[in-house]
Design a protein around this ligand. Structure first.
Ligand code: MN
Length: 426
């Protein structure tokens, strides 16, 4: 759990980064329509959540730095008995004042007039141009003295790159729940089930364990479906002798986990499946070994490309010099994606990969990233030995960069062939 003190520290840190005579605005997420008058479950904007822990709609955080003095202001929804009957309790201004260590709290309906007042004499405006467009446009109308607009997401993103101990605890909690779901998938009888049935069972374990939501739409891809990278139809039958690629992770108290395992439907890898699987696994293990402070992600990417290409030549999937194949991007047909991404409040955490000078940000202690090499061989690829066609494999773990190296936060989720097969026999 993250306490009010930590949220205050984060706001102070952000205020520290603002230039003098500036104002920063972070809006809440807006509700999204699913169909006609029904809506998707509401989820707070990740940056607003990071800075306040506040989960309600129609809210906004304003930070002001003027004449080197700082002020924090939160806008919250007004109490409304009628609306609360339909959509649930609101914190309201009185309780918000007790809960938050924020200088001033107002009701959201005053946002417009208050912003008008706050914007006077300010030179810089920090806001997210990708969110809350309508609201921002209204704000800009009154921003007569503003000389420059800056990206607030970049500043908050830089902070979000390094996780606190409490954040790591929540990520670990999410991964622990996700571990149970993947182990269930390995051990359960699967032949003849629909992909979405297995998805429901996995997501039931998430919810049963206190994870309100998945961190992203689960991918349950049997056989050749795994070669569609973002396959989310999940509507085919789990067929004997095929593999299932399961990319599923829960979100626990706003923190993500992101795990992929590829397992045999009948519990036993065929020889050809095992050959590709072992190559992806060896590559993944080798890359994780290379993770430590100071290393660039692009170096991990090239290492993955080298190891996978070398392995594909050995298996007769690619032919010729490894160097030339990589130079000509031939390997990208089978490994077309990146090695991983930052993870935190967002599954693809909204944190920068480049610094202010467009230089790559090297790994540092406290960062969390996924490592997810894969190989995807379409069933119709006549250039590849027949036994390998239709095989798609990805293995993904969540890694914490530590002071001297790294810790695989999801190492408890089995991934060696014999371990997976053993679990399937139970
Ligand atoms: Mn991922």
């Amino acid at each position: 759990m993250i306490r009010e003190n930590e949220y205050k520290q984060r706001r102070d840190c952000l205020l520290n980064k603002l230039s003098n005579n500036s104002i920063a605005i972070v809006f809440s997420a807006t509700n999204k329509t699913r169909s006609n008058d029904t809506q998707y479950p509401y989820r707070q904007d990740s940056s607003l959540y990071y800075l306040t822990g506040f989960k309600e709609d129609n809210s906004a955080l304003v930070l002001i730095k003027y004449k080197n003095k700082t002020k924090s202001i939160l806008f919250v929804q007004k109490k409304d008995k009628n609306l609360e009957l339909w959509t649930g309790k609101r914190l309201g201004i009185k309780k918000a004042k007790q809960k938050f260590k924020i200088d001033e709290i107002y009701e959201s309906e005053n946002l417009k007039s208050k912003l008008k007042e706050f914007l006077k004499d300010k030179k810089s405006l920090y806001c997210d141009l990708n969110s809350g467009h309508k609201k921002i446009k209204k704000v800009l109308q009154y921003a007569k003295s503003i000389e420059n607009h800056k990206n607030i997401s970049l500043l908050v993103g830089q902070m979000r790159l390094i996780k606190s101990e409490n954040e790591i605890k929540l990520i670990k909690k999410a991964i622990g729940i996700t571990a149970n779901a993947h182990h269930y998938a390995m051990s359960s009888k699967k032949i003849g089930k629909k992909e979405y049935e297995l998805q429901a069972e996995i997501e039931y374990i998430f919810k049963r364990s206190g994870a309100f939501s998945d961190a992203y739409t689960s991918i349950i891809a049997c056989g050749n479906s795994a070669n569609t990278l973002h396959y989310i139809n999940n509507n085919k039958i789990l067929v004997n002798n095929e593999l299932i690629l399961i990319d599923a992770g829960c979100e626990y108290d706003y923190y993500a986990s992101d795990i992929t395992r590829t397992i045999p439907v009948n519990g036993k890898f065929s020889e050809a499946q095992a050959e590709i699987y072992q190559l992806v696994l060896d590559t993944q293990i080798e890359i994780i070994k290379n993770i430590k402070p100071g290393v660039n992600r692009t170096k991990l990417q090239s290492l993955a490309e080298l190891l996978l290409t070398r392995g594909m030549v050995k298996l007769g999937i690619l032919h010729g010099s490894v160097k030339k194949l990589i130079k000509n991007n031939v390997h990208k047909k089978y490994y077309p994606h990146g090695i991983g991404h930052w993870m935190g409040i967002d599954v693809h955490d909204q944190a920068p990969y480049l610094d202010n000078k467009e230089k790559e940000i090297p790994l540092a202690s406290g960062m969390v990233l996924t490592i997810e090499p894969g190989l995807y061989i379409n069933k119709d690829d006549k250039r590849v030995p027949k036994k390998y066609r239709g095989i798609g494999i990805r293995i993904e773990d969540d890694i914490l960069v530590t002071k001297y190296g790294n810790k695989n936060l999801s190492s408890a989720i089995v991934k060696r062939i014999n371990e997976i097969e053993k679990l399937s026999q139970v």
